[in-house]
Write a protein that binds this ligand. Structure first.
Ligand code: PLP
Length: 340
């Protein structure tokens, strides 16, 4: 019989995170809502203000080190947390870093371009390139590969972290492993949940977590909150990521079509743009729990969690996977400063 997580533990992995991350109750909001809310603090994953990309980078940069790369290349939105954490991890591991920032959010000003994650990218000494399009994943990947080619011609050893689907989802393995971590914490604390809510962007986090839970025999409903694309576009991405994870680790795919649950009700007006429910969620988490949510991912996914909690029975238990994004708060200060 094959192990449920296949070869997961034989992939090279760079130790970057402070793991396990805490699993905490949100007592004040739970009392307000009459539902029991908990949070898995992947915003506290240790490296450079934390976030979900730390777990993903452990696998990408494990491979980069195994290939004896000397430079990491990555592309993302201007306020990408992935880019910031790749730059930080590169510093920690003694690698150079080149980043490409894409124009994905319209109508943003100087603070968006200089503060938050961009400030940190600069502090980590990343060389910054820009890409004029925000919805052209293949083009952005092509451009970053051209930069890698030029580095190779200079005798360097670049490692590209790909953006578009069609590559082995190494990053998702971080969340397959996180599912195992979470189940161990739940068992130790005697905790069970009715639903777990997670932001679904590239889908590495959502697919990896869902795969890991199902592979380990846990039927807990996982709801992916759409932060970038509508549910009907995101669904096939999650399904194919799950198939790719199975192939990558050499284990059966335990995820059925019915396991892939997506909620896009809070997506408007689109990626990286605020709406009233998101503002309200950010304000509530801050004022009732001293918990910081970001304006791109966790503000939106927590808004959806609050709406979903209200539709469940009194006393229902929900777990929020806090995926990080803290630095973006400072890049969006004009949007957040006025409160809800
Ligand atoms: C990237 C990111 C997400 C989305 O994770 P994916 O694995 O790309 O789906 C969610 N929250 C934060 C803060 C992120 O930076």
């Amino acid at each position: 019989m094959t192990a449920p997580l296949g070869r997961l533990d034989s992939f090279p992995r760079a130790a970057l995170g402070h793991l396990p991350t805490p699993l905490e109750a949100l007592p004040n909001l739970s009392a307000d809502l009459g539902r029991q809310l908990f949070v898995k603090r992947d915003d506290c994953s240790g490296l450079a203000l934390g976030g979900n990309k730390v777990r993903q980078l452990e696998f990408y940069l494990g491979e980069a080190l195994a290939q004896r790369a000397d430079t990491v290349l990555i592309t993302g939105a201007v306020q990408s947390n992935f880019v910031r954490l790749a730059a930080a991890a590169a510093c920690k591991l003694g690698l150079a870093c080149e980043v490409q920032l894409e124009e994905r959010v319209p109508g943003k000003g100087e603070t968006y371009r200089r503060s938050g994650n961009v400030l940190l990218d600069r502090m980590f000494g990343a060389r910054i390139h820009s890409y004029p399009e925000g919805e052209d994943e293949a083009g952005a990947d092509r451009r970053i590969n051209e930069i890698a080619e030029a580095l190779r011609a200079e005798g360097r050893r670049p490692y590209v972290i790909p953006l578009a689907p069609g590559h082995p989802p190494l990053g998702a393995l971080g969340y397959v492993a996180a599912a195992r971590e979470l189940l161990a914490q739940c068992a130790a604390a005697g905790l069970g949940f009715d639903e777990i809510v997670v932001a679904s962007g590239s889908g590495h986090t959502h697919a990896g977590l869902l795969f890991g839970l199902r592979a380990l025999g846990c039927a807990l409903p996982v709801t992916g909150i759409c932060v970038r694309r509508p549910a009907e576009v995101q669904r096939p991405r999650i399904e194919s990521r799950c198939r790719e994870i199975a192939e990558l680790i050499g284990a059966p795919n335990p995820v059925a079509a019915a396991d892939v649950v997506l909620d896009d009700q809070d997506l408007a007006p689109g990626y990286g743009r605020l709406n009233p429910a998101l503002r309200e969620a950010v304000a509530l988490a801050a004022r009732r729990e001293g918990l910081l949510l970001d304006p791109v991912y966790t503000g939106r996914s927590f808004a959806s969690l609050l709406r979903r909690a209200a539709a469940l029975a009194e006393g229902a238990r929900l777990l929020f996977l806090h995926t990080g994004g803290t630095p973006a708060i400072f890049a969006y200060q004009e949007d957040l400063g006025g409160g809800a």
